[in-house]
Design a protein around this ligand. Sequence first.
Ligand SMILES: Cc1ncc(COP(=O)(O)O)c(C=O)c1O
Length: 346
Amino acid sequence: MSYKGYSDFRSDTVTRPTEEMRKAMYEAEVGDDVLGDDPTVKELEELAAETLGKEAALFVPSGTMGNTIAVKLAAGEGKEIILEEHSHIYNYEAGNVSRIAGSLPRPLPSDHGIIPIEKIEENIHKSLRDHIPETKAIALENTHNYWGGVPIPTDYIKEVSKVAKKHNLHFHLDGARVFNAATALGVDVKEITKHFDSVMFCLSKGLAAPVGSILVGGKEFISEARIIRKYLGGGMRQAGVIAAAGIVSIKVMTKRLDEDHKRAKRLAEGISDIKELQVDLERVKTNFVMIHLKTMSSFEFLEKLKEKKVLALPFNDKLVRFVTHNDIDDNDVSIAIDAIHSVFRI
Ligand SMILES: Cc1ncc(COP(=O)(O)O)c(C=O)c1O
């Protein structure tokens, strides 16, 4: 479903609200949510908590704010949080892990988002007098953005949760795309979220809402989170107008993600014979397709594609990311396959 003539594969954040969402937004009953008066925000928060199997939920303006609040509560000032070295929290959230949460990130290398368990254990520090910041939390990302949207297996998550419990650490999930992970793994999302103390997920990515993310966790954790959201300026007034779209995201859009995954696979397969690029079909498990260019820079490639009305994002000089989502249909995939082929045809 190209928009203004472009097939836009840059991200699932480009999705526009569906008709059902716009109708729900129009009809939403609203109140001042900072005063606790907005029934639609309450409904969204209750639905999110129930869907992810947690006691409570908080509607926040962005995934970045949700993660920042979680890190602030889970680790906090002068304490360490263990993260994967290419995680979104560490790399792409404007340094909030230290700038706002005041925590010391301990980034660890991984195999496609999977940090060896022994590496995690080795890096857990007990406070040693006044020298060493104590480790207070571990965070994982699922699906993992940098590693091409790969889902992190539940068996591994379970092992990390055992380590977190053993050392009394808070276990947080940056689950911006956790419903993509659940869909790809063929499990109910609770099978993933049950291992974590807190989870952030985004309504405004593959779930197509215009704004918003959710932080879920225990009652006490979420009531503390509400205070932090307020002082970060994230308290919203008649937010039911946007929460209404989020309800549609959870009830409807979580059920259709397999379509995006199939289209991503079709795109990857459709270009896998081009010798000037490389795409790892085994790793195309959700809605991301990562393309390694052998002969051309990402910028040159993307310029040529743009002329053919196809958009994608550069990850680095040789790596380009395509993302399928609700505003990409079978025709867009065909257009992209043809456009990519034609870039390399002499
Ligand atoms: C894995 C991951 N976490 C968190 C975020 C942050 O979400 P937002 O853009 O709503 O702040 C993103 C956004 O792309 C993401 O991909």
